[in-house]
Structures are given as C-alpha cells and as structure tokens.
Ligand binder design. Sequence first.
Ligand code: FE
Ligand code: FE
Length: 176
Amino acid sequence: MEKASKQERREKVITVLNQARAMELQAISQYMNQHYDMDYGELAGKIKLIAIDEMRHAEMFAERVKEIGGEPVTGYDGKIAKGQPVDKIFSHDSVLEDDTIDTYNQFALVCRENGDSISMKIFEDIIEEEQIHFNYFDSVQEHIEKLGDNYLAKIAGTSSSTGLGNSGFAVTGDGV
Ligand code: FE
Ligand code: FE
C-alpha cells in the first residue's frame, strides 16, 4: 500500500476540523436561540454561557485549520430547532452534546492516524468541555422530570444575568 503524502494527511485533518467547526457554529445558533426564547432565569443565563464556550471551540478549530494551511468554513448544514417547550430543550441539548463527544472522539482518532497530535489534543480538550455541558443539561433534565412545575416555577423567578464576565461556562485547559 502506498503511503499517503503529508499533504493528503493534512487534508484529512482539515476536513474533520472543519466538520467540527460547522457543528460548533450550529450549536452556537441553537443555544443562542434557546437563550432568547426561554423565560427561565438562570437556565437561560447558563445556556448563554455555554454558547460562548461553543464560540471559543469554533475559534480554536478555525485557528488550527489556518495554521495547517486550510480555510475555515463559515456555515453549517443542519436546522435550528425553534420554539421548543422547556421540557424538550434539555433532553435535545444533552443528545446534541453526547453526539458531539462521540463524533469528536472519532475525529481525534483521524488526527492521530494522520500524524497530527496537536489537532488531536484540541479535540481532547474540547471533549472535556462538551462533557461538562452534557452533565449540566442532563442534570437539569433530570430535575425537570423529577420535580416538574415546582422546579420550573422556582427557576422562573431567578435572574438570567451572567454578569459582566462572559468567559463561558466550562473553561478547562489553556485553549482560552
Ligand atoms: Fe463545543
Ligand atoms: Fe458543548
């Protein structure tokens, strides 16, 4: 079997970095939309911060694409869910994060197989933050299922303010 050239291997890495970037851009739009839509104080505030994390991820992928000679994508293919009831938002988002973790693990392997340990590490660092997002969405979903309206009524009175610092929800590693 003929060995792939450096350029061919690089292209494969650029492809997965750009697919991941498109997923991040979609997540940003989805979470921003939910944040505007939602009437539930601190839950809306947390989703706003999570959207800021996804923006940081989108930038990390773009910077790496540039660094290895590619052109970062600027769009996404999927649709944004709108007007979801609050009891659907968190199950929807936890599935989104869980699928993202699974996909990024496969993309990290593609980077490794093609000899790019820096891109692999970017995926690994971002996976850690997606896991934090998943855990948050999943625990809110559990509260909604167990406590229902009592929980939501309590949350409805809280503030959606995220303060002046907007550094995001899950800041790990040094990719900031
Ligand atoms: Fe992300
Ligand atoms: Fe996420």
